[in-house]
Design a protein around this ligand. Structure first.
Ligand code: SF4
Ligand code: SF4
Length: 224
């Protein structure tokens, strides 16, 4: 940003920029008004009237470099690749990774995560966990953004099963698979939870995303 003494006279009075902003706003207003009216009469149907993406009915396709939700990668036998070394949890600046290590059934592997959870409300999606992992066991190349809808803090705690499931979906359905699943879940919740009659919402108790055992839920809440 320029300091005030570096600004020109016209920049200091802001007027040209205000007028430019008003011109852009008015251009979109008139354009959308024209297109919506044309759509009403069956014209210009192929031209979108607004620049807003009507999420979740429409969505942007994220670029290859998009750093999205996490996944735990799998071995060829579909077991989790993670060896519960805790390096990701140690590197995590938000301290939102919870790992519980257990003895691996494979004698060639020392440990595996009995539990691996990420609290996505605390996660800042920095990618340091991915950088820290020596086994390529955690990635963020799922092309799906974090879940934005839930009714309880625990709805946003992603479990090992969820994180492994994303790897399976990615392998089977490609880069749109995980987003398709999340949007399908949104629609299912929308249909189940909201009663469309006036002045009446939350007709049924919200369905949980995951059914964690009671003891796990207590531990996550208390941060143990
Ligand atoms: S992306 Fe960053 S904040 Fe999120 S779990 Fe990984 S290291 Fe922690
Ligand atoms: S994801 Fe990687 S860094 Fe984290 S515990 Fe597993 S093996 Fe270690």
């Amino acid at each position: 940003m320029k300091r005030s003494e570096e600004m020109t006279f016209w920049e200091r009075i802001y007027l040209p920029e205000i007028l430019r902003g008003l011109a852009i706003t008015n251009y979109h207003f008139v354009r959308n008004l024209f297109l919506h009216t044309a759509h009403l009469f069956g014209f210009k149907k192929d031209v979108n009237a607004t620049a807003t993406t009507q999420y979740p009915e429409e969505r942007k396709h994220y670029p290859d470099t998009f750093r999205g939700s996490h996944r735990l990668t799998l071995r060829e036998d579909s077991s989790v690749r993670c060896t519960a070394c805790f390096l990701c949890a140690t590197a995590c600046p938000a301290q939102c990774i919870y790992i519980e290590a257990g003895e691996a059934p494979d004698p060639h592997i020392e440990k595996f995560p009995v539990r691996y959870e990420i609290d996505t409300l605390r996660c800042i999606y920095c990618g340091l966990c991915v950088e820290a992992c020596p086994c390529d066991a955690i990635r963020m190349d799922t092309y799906v953004h974090p879940r934005i809808w839930g009714f309880d803090r625990l709805d946003f705690v992603e479990t090992k099963e969820q994180l492994m499931h994303r790897s399976r979906v990615l392998a089977e359905k490609g880069r749109d698979g995980n987003m398709d699943e999340m949007l399908a879940w949104y629609k299912e919740q929308d249909a189940a939870v909201y009663d469309r009659t006036p002045h009446k919402h939350y007709a049924e108790p919200p369905k949980k995303i995951d059914e964690l055992p009671a003891i796990d839920r207590h531990q996550v809440r208390s941060g143990k």
